[in-house]
Design a protein around this ligand. Structure first.
Ligand code: MG
Length: 498
């Protein structure tokens, strides 16, 4: 039994309704992105917001508040019980600190802003989006103040997406990464060993054939398709977990550049694996879920980049690729490896390679932090964006759509989200480092399609705990340290400069 304390047990039971509402809401969200008829969107959004209001009411009820206060005072709680108290307390604080009218305003403005961001991007006209972004920044400042912060208002926003993450962590990480990544990128570009472009990027494929490939690869990885998991299609790939025994991923088929669909499947597989390997005893409790966006992205990046873009993995799946994709008949595993690993300074974050990706995040983190404290104005944003792009990555956007308007995040009112992508890359490389200590034949295992031991290791270190420990505590427990950028640099140097 993971929960023994009667007060915590009662709390967990009383909160099962929240879990059930989350379960319903997750299924409704998954459906909205996959099979729902287009015009269902209005009613679905209304239903989702009613569920959110109901959840808020329950979490802020005097009954729950009293139980949490009582649970906090209990002595000798085990780690799972402490985890429940931590997670529920955090939910109550988040729900109670921001006044309902601000939450409603945030929902309204971000809905409008997303709409106008789409139009602005399509028309390549920043002025359409500008007034909405101004409102969003203003609102973000207010929200940070309501939540409270000590060193920097950005702290309060970061914490919404990654429990315990602070501005000084983000600064430390990027100060370490920036000069090193730029140096590595320069060396890769001048050595020419990794191509900037590959002819396979342009070749068209049959989506039905590529779907077969994706399923074969998922079977190879041990993904429990049909019994506990699904693969579907959506405009943007994502993972949605209904619970520990029902985890669904999606991909897309753009019809060219087949690695994008495959690597997004392997990426989402990493997210799904985390959910699937959570201790079943935590099912339907407040801690039966992945702990944070950064830790989650670490799992997906590990499978996508460390495994999926490795020579050994490409070699392992080449027979599958050649069986279904006739146009590969004159290419060998090495050609395909270089196709999977093109490196070039580029304008669009979502298309960036693993070397340049974090520079795109650094730019966004720097800008949103400056916007928040008024160091730069929304007015100046497009020009400063372009200037930073040129300084950091060496390319300059020709228009707003491939510059400041490319990402949806700010329009949705999410400021403080971007750094979790970089945390994911760091956690992936950190896992690789410690996994290699414990399993020196890691790459042989990848080549021999022996993925179970790798997954077992991840389960023991990270997955099985769900949200029992806060992210930094989980990392300390698993690796004796917190987010640590040096392994990512070591990995890039090993892979690209050896
Ligand atoms: Mg992801």
């Amino acid at each position: 039994m993971v929960f023994q304390n009667p007060v915590v047990k009662e709390l967990v039971e009383k909160l099962r309704i929240i879990w059930a509402l989350n379960h319903a809401s997750a299924l409704m969200g998954w459906d909205a992105e996959t099979y729902m008829p287009k015009e269902g969107i209005k009613e679905r959004a209304l239903a989702q917001s009613e569920i959110a209001i109901l959840k808020q009411k329950i979490i802020l009820s005097p009954e729950i508040k009293k139980l949490v206060e009582k649970a906090e005072k209990q002595e000798d709680l085990n780690d799972y019980e402490k985890g429940v108290v931590r997670v529920v307390k955090r939910d109550i604080e988040k729900a109670s600190k921001i006044p309902p009218e601000i939450i409603a305003e945030h929902a309204r403005i971000s809905q409008e802003a997303t709409q106008y961001w789409r139009i602005a991007k399509e028309k390549n006209d920043f002025t359409i989006f500008k007034p909405y972004l101004e409102k969003i920044v203003e609102l973000a400042r207010k929200i940070a103040d309501y939540l409270g912060w000590e060193e920097h208002p950005y702290d309060a926003l970061l914490d919404l997406f990654e429990e315990g993450l602070r501005t000084r962590d983000v600064d430390r990480i990027f100060n370490y990464l920036e000069p090193r990544i730029r140096k590595i990128l320069e060396k890769i570009m001048s050595s020419g060993r990794y191509p900037a472009e590959h002819e396979l990027e342009k070749i068209k494929y049959d989506p039905d054939k590529l779907r077969e490939v994706n399923i074969k690869i998922l079977e190879l990885l041990g993904f429990p398709l049909g019994s506990r998991a699904r693969l579907d299609v959506s405009a943007h790939p994502f993972t949605q977990s209904m619970g520990i025994k029902d985890v669904r991923i999606t991909t897309r088929y753009e019809g060219f550049d087949f690695k994008r669909s495959i690597l997004s499947v392997v990426h989402e597989f990493g997210h799904a694996l985390y959910q699937l390997q959570i201790d079943e005893r935590l099912m339907a409790t407040p801690i039966g879920d992945g702990v944070s966006l950064g830790i989650h992205e670490g799992q997906s990046r590990f499978w996508e980049n460390i495994v999926g873009r490795s020579k050994e993995f490409v070699e392992a799946v080449t027979p599958i690729l050649k069986q279904y994709l006739g146009f590969l008949k004159d290419y060998d595993a090495e050609d395909i490896y270089y196709y999977f690993n093109t490196v070039r300074p580029s304008l669009i974050r979502t298309e960036a390679d693993e070397v340049t990706y974090n520079l795109h995040i650094l730019l966004r983190a720097k800008l949103e932090k400056q916007l928040l404290v008024g160091e730069i104005k929304v007015d100046e944003l497009p020009e400063i964006w372009n200037q930073y792009m040129e300084e950091l990555i060496g390319v300059r956007p020709r228009n707003y759509s491939e510059g400041v308007l490319q990402d949806i995040h700010w329009s949705m009112g999410t400021i403080g989200y971007f750094p979790t992508y970089t945390l994911g890359n760091l956690v992936a490389a950190q896992m690789r480092h410690y996994l290699l200590n414990d399993m020196p034949d890691l790459y042989e295992k990848i080549l021999n399609k022996d993925y179970k031991p790798i997954q077992e290791w991840q389960k023991e270190k990270i997955h099985k705990w769900g949200s029992t420990y806060a992210p930094k505590e989980l990392l300390r427990k698993a690796f004796g340290e917190e987010y640590e950028p040096k392994y990512f640099i070591e990995y890039l140097e090993w892979k690209y400069l050896r």
